[in-house]
Design a protein around this ligand. Structure first.
Ligand code: ADP
Ligand code: ASP
Ligand code: MG
Length: 406
């Protein structure tokens, strides 16, 4: 029987009724002759609740203990789903990440999966059971519980699909596929039947949270057919594929945005070799990831150095920069954590000039000031004030006619 790995996100298992609904869906698949491995998230809001609990005790909870706490959310849903399957007369077994040996590195709160020992799962499938696995968690080689970063259940599902050589990995969520942009922001957004790994990877890395970026990376690397579908409506969803011949190559496949950004600028640093390193070295040493970087040269041989970081790292980065600025004799450090990044994504973009200029013209028409720009072969990103996010994304969606097919 063909094996399918399915993943149900937080909203899809957000109540007992919804968990029962998932059980009914699984039985339909089973009746159609499929072996099933099911990955579930914590009930919606639960991971946030646990996170806040931890932070009510300590501003910086110990990462190892945070993982022990966060991983409990998924342990609740695997048990409930298995119970719902048993009630319906189907044999099922639930497992935590460590029970099925989802081995990860030891980077707590953002661990990477190294290997999965699928023996136990194979044995259960052979015995006719539905296997229910907790998403978002694993175990390091010393037996510590780890978690995979927000949205990590997607990655659990894809990694299991790769390890078990499943026919398909299906990600069930609260939208019926991948859209040209977040349908919550642009109601006219259009569902895509297909999107390439390359484009999906870019969308995910630029902020589209419909799939965790590592899940897309994994699926691309191990050639796992990956599909995003709705838990609540019938439909084929969106298939993520390699580029195929004859596949319509859209100029722009979508618009991604990221609200989790903040920007920092060191004003008036001496324009000398080594300055970028002196500024970014300590930032990197503090484990802060830097995204966009821009350096301007002023007339007086000094330079302004600007970069963006995750909003959660803003305060920490600011205090590091203030120390560096003194050392370098820089004039001032300024920052803004009310900014967002909006990106146009498309593999078809490579061969077309003019996209960036249409983008800038559209934003100008709406009176939106662009604070930073960065481009690559398949994307153009701008940083704008947070208050313009919705307006900007909607205007761009319309200007590039993304609501209309190809
Ligand atoms: P789950 O809990 O099932 O993992 P997520 O909230 O992580 O669900 O992901 C689904 C959400 O992703 C949707 O509700 C939608 O608001 C958002 N989203 C962002 N960008 C897109 C996009 N391009 N296409 C579809 N959904 C998107
Ligand atoms: N429960 C985790 C989260 O909220 C993992 C997931 O849902 O994918 O991020
Ligand atoms: Mg998710």
């Amino acid at each position: 029987m063909a094996l399918i790995v399915q993943k149900y996100g937080g909203t899809s298992v957000g109540s007992v009724e919804r968990i029962e609904h998932v059980a009914d869906k699984l039985i339909d698949w089973r009746k159609r002759g499929h072996d099933l491995v099911v990955v579930v998230s914590a009930m919606s809001g639960e991971t946030n609740r646990l996170f806040e609990l931890a932070h009510s005790i300590s501003e910086h909870p110990v990462p190892r203990e945070l993982d022990v706490l966060l991983s409990t959310g998924e342990q609740v849903t695997i048990a409930l789903l298995s119970m719902a399957l048993h009630k319906r007369g189907y044999d099922a077994r639930s497992y935590t990440g460590s029970q099925v040996h989802i081995l990860t590195d030891n980077a707590h709160n953002k661990a990477r999966i190294r290997e999965i020992d699928s023996q136990r799962i194979h044995a259960d499938l052979k015995a006719g059971r539905i296997v229910v696995v907790a998403g978002f968690q694993g175990v390091d080689d010393e037996g510590n519980i780890t978690t995979l970063g927000r949205g990590g259940s997607d990655t659990t599902a894809v990694a299991l699909a790769a390890a078990l050589k499943a026919e398909e990995c299906q990600i069930y969520t609260d939208v019926d596929g991948v859209y040209t942009t977040d349908p919550r922001v642009v109601p006219q957004a259009r569902r895509l039947d297909r999107i390439t790994f390359e484009e999906m990877l870019e969308m995910a890395s630029l902020g589209s949270k419909v799939l965790q970026i590592r899940a897309v990376e994994f699926a691309g690397k191990y050639n796992v057919p990956l599909r995003v579908l709705s838990s609540f409506e019938e439909g084929d969803g969106t298939l993520i594929t390699y580029e195929e011949e004859g596949m319509e190559e859209a100029l722009i496949s979508g618009i991604a945005f990221n609200r989790d950004e903040a920007k920092l600028t060191v004003l008036g640093v001496p324009d000398q070799p080594g300055v970028a390193h002196k500024i970014l070295g300590p930032v990197a040493n503090a484990n802060i990831e830097v995204d966009m970087i821009v350096q301007n040269i002023a007339e007086d041989a000094s330079t302004d150095f600007t970069f963006t970081v995750h909003r959660n790292d803003y305060r920490k980065a600011l205090s590091i920069l203030e120390d560096i600025a003194k050392e370098l004799g820089a004039r001032e450090v300024i920052g803004d954590d009310q900014i967002v990044k909006i990106s146009l994504v498309g593999v078809g973009m490579r061969s077309h000039a003019g996209i960036a200029s249409t983008m800038f013209e559209t934003l100008a028409r709406e009176g939106i000031n662009i604070r930073m720009i960065s481009t690559s072969e398949i994307k153009v990103s701008v940083v704008v004030d947070e208050k313009y996010l919705e307006l900007g994304v909607r205007a761009l969606h319309e200007a590039f006619e993304l609501d209309q097919a190809g």
